[in-house]
Design a binder for this molecule. Structure first.
Ligand code: DQA
Length: 143
């Protein structure tokens, strides 16, 4: 079973981007962690990052053809993107929204997720471990 792990804007800067909030792991480190956990869970992890909204839309459509589920950290597009909301609604596989930080404990503009109503569930606040929890959630709902 293939799982797409999709990452939105600025997550390529992980490690040097606001380490007090997002920690010191790079996105490569997070990818390696996901691949190790994926092997345990019997998932083949297709891990991607883009700073472009339309690319993320394309990847969600592609996931519907190739994957059993999606874990997505849509980053700032979480709070703005109707296109991602619609793309998640348009596909039939489960999508789990995740965030490293606890968005509810941060600025007001991060409290609202435009994509959450289209997702199966939301995980936030556990740093890089949020990715691992999202994979476990997908294991549970795709089993
Ligand atoms: C984030 C939270 C978002 O509000 C923010 O725009 C990000 C990262 C997180 O993983 O905590 O870029 O999705």
């Amino acid at each position: 079973q293939t799982i797409f792990v999709l990452n939105g804007p600025n997550l390529n800067m992980l490690g040097k981007r606001e380490p007090g909030i997002y920690g010191s792991k790079t996105l490569k480190d997070v990818e390696a962690d996901c691949k190790v956990e994926g092997r345990e869970l019997g998932f083949d992890i297709d891990f991607r990052q883009s700073n472009h909204e339309g690319t993320l839309v394309d990847w969600l459509h592609e996931a519907d053809e190739k994957a059993a589920g999606v874990a997505i950290n849509a980053a700032a597009y979480t709070h703005t993107s109707l296109a991602l909301h619609d793309a998640i609604r348009a596909i039939s596989i489960p999508v789990v929204e995740l965030h490293m930080s606890n968005v509810h404990a941060r600025e007001e503009f991060r409290h609202k997720s435009i994509i959450a109503p289209a997702c199966k569930g939301v995980i936030c606040g556990f740093g890089a471990h949020s990715y691992i929890l999202a994979l476990h959630a997908l294991k549970n709902i795709t089993a």
